[in-house]
Design a protein around this ligand. Structure first.
Ligand code: NAD
Length: 437
């Protein structure tokens, strides 16, 4: 099948490369010339495990191409996927300028029937909105479907090729059949529904997952106070299939390019329809306070943060990605900086985030730890799990670790002379025996 992807970011590039690998003929179109040049030269604009090899293989096979030209990308396509960004507007609603611009360009260059698939996460009613914009620019026949994407950064290639389900929202059977053909080689349940249900499914899924994390983080805070261990509680509740084990890992709170903006959009949608989403709103507030609470926990232990040197390991919003959008690590660094701490941070892959105050980036964990009074683990990179704790201790001026990802071997950290504060574990406890499953 001939497929065009509009927007070559995390979703567009991964979708394009994976669809090409499934045998489709794919053109990725992006307005960002530098990004397209980089891809044409064989270098990746994002860090995503397995992606580079996939892109190279399919470019070499002639199944994957990159262009900034809509005139080259649109005519002849049987499926045109819109995968542009849908960031939050200042009032929490969705900024639709990129989707609208993509729809107009599709209309301008459409040369025959195509299925236009909204892969971006978009508000309910977007399929109709895109159809109006395309129709204004072309007499050609087309259908618009909703095809939300559920991949996770860091696991994007796997998630695209082995998804839990594919959701297709279509008003016309012809369009649904084209989409089923596109994904024929992916073995998973394919849920065909109306466009509005498909659009809402994506927001409801992300809001539910975010709420689940906020819930376990709230339980974790209670654990710290009552002397319980959140890992045991999570295992105890997660073994019930009605609850499930996934998304019960406590941490500094959810972030990234999706959950915060999608939860905001979900709340906004409820507001617009006079149906406030009370449960999800509580999850949002819990998440905001979780980051601040970590800094307060550190401050309580160190006294004032003014003039203290703090090492922060991690900047990306989670491990295995370079994405720092809405990262808890970024908020933690900003808050430490605001409270007068001298922050040194290290991340193996993260792109630089804007405005981190006077915080300085260094090239290794040990350089970040030099003369630090405390160390914060803010992102779950695998390399932080295996740090040489004795070397760290020697480099630091203090002995406090705030392990906001519960990544370190607590007993080993104590052996190396550290006091280790963790999430959902009382500060001064003897470790209970491991839970048997
Ligand atoms: P991104 O910012 O990484 O990429 C968007 C790309 O679109 C950019 O390269 C940009 O230059 C390009 N673009 C903008 N306007 C364009 C236009 N008019 N024509 C062509 N290209 C244009 O964004 P992303 O993370 O890939 O997210 C894309 C969409 O997918 C969003 O709606 C997001 O919510 C959704 N989504 C993202 C993820 C994720 O993990 N990142 C997962 C599921 C769904």
């Amino acid at each position: 099948m001939r497929v065009t992807i509009i927007g070559t970011g995390y979703v567009g590039l991964v979708s394009g490369a994976c669809l090409a690998d499934l045998g489709h003929q794919v053109i990725c179109v992006d307005t960002d010339e530098a990004k397209i040049d980089q891809l044409k030269q064989g270098s990746m604009p994002i860090y995503e495990p397995g992606l580079e090899e996939l892109v190279k293989r399919n470019v070499a096979a002639g199944r994957l191409k990159f262009t900034t030209s809509f005139a080259a990308g649109i005519p002849g396509a049987e499926v045109i996927s819109i995968a542009v960004g849908t960031p939050s507007a200042s009032d929490g609603s969705v900024d639709m300028q990129y989707v609208d611009a993509a729809a107009r360009m599709i209309g301008t260059h459409l040369a025959g029937y195509a299925v236009i698939a909204d892969k971006s996460t978009v508000p309910v009613g977007t399929a109709e909105r895109v159809a109006i914009l395309v129709k204004e620019a072309t007499p050609q026949a087309f259908d618009v479907v909703s095809n939300p994407e559920f991949l996770r950064e860091g696991h994007a290639v796997f998630d695209f090729l082995k998804p839990a389900r594919i959701v297709i929202g279509a008003a016309a059977q012809r369009a649904a059949d084209v989409m089923l053909g596109l994904y024929a080689h992916i073995d998973c349940p394919k849920l065909v529904m109306d466009t509005r249900s498909a659009e809402l499914t994506k927001y409801a899924a992300n809001s539910f997952l975010a709420t689940k994390i906020s819930f376990i983080n709230e339980v974790a805070q209670l654990c710290e106070m009552v002397g319980a261990d959140v890992d045991h509680v999570a295992a105890g509740i997660g073994s019930d299939p009605r609850i499930g084990k996934d998304f019960l890992r406590p941490g500094p709170g959810w972030g990234g390019s999706c959950f915060p903006k999608d939860v905001k959009a979900f709340l906004k949608l409820g507001e617009e329809y006079g149906r406030p989403m009370h449960v999800v709103k509580a999850a949002w507030h819990m998440n905001q306070s979780a980051r601040l609470r970590l800094v307060e926990r550190l401050e309580k232990r160190l006294g004032s943060l003014e003039g203290k040197t703090i090492c922060v390991l991690g900047l990306a919003f989670k491990g295995n990605t370079d994405d720092t959008r809405e990262s808890p690590a970024v908020d933690i660094i900003r808050e430490l900086d605001k409270r007068g701490a001298a922050v040194k941070y290290y991340d193996p892959e993260a792109k630089c985030a804007a405005d981190l105050g006077a915080a300085t980036r260094v090239h290794s964990s040990y350089a970040a730890a030099a003369a630090a009074h405390a160390l914060v683990i803010a992102t779950e990179w695998e390399e932080f799990r295996t740090l040489d704790l004795d070397k760290l201790k020697q480099a630091m001026a203090g002995d406090l670790i705030l392990d906001a990802r519960n990544l370190l071997d607590h007993a080993a950290a104590r052996c190396a002379g550290f006091e280790c504060l963790r999430i959902g574990k009382p500060d001064l406890t003897i470790d209970a025996p491991t839970v048997t499953q």
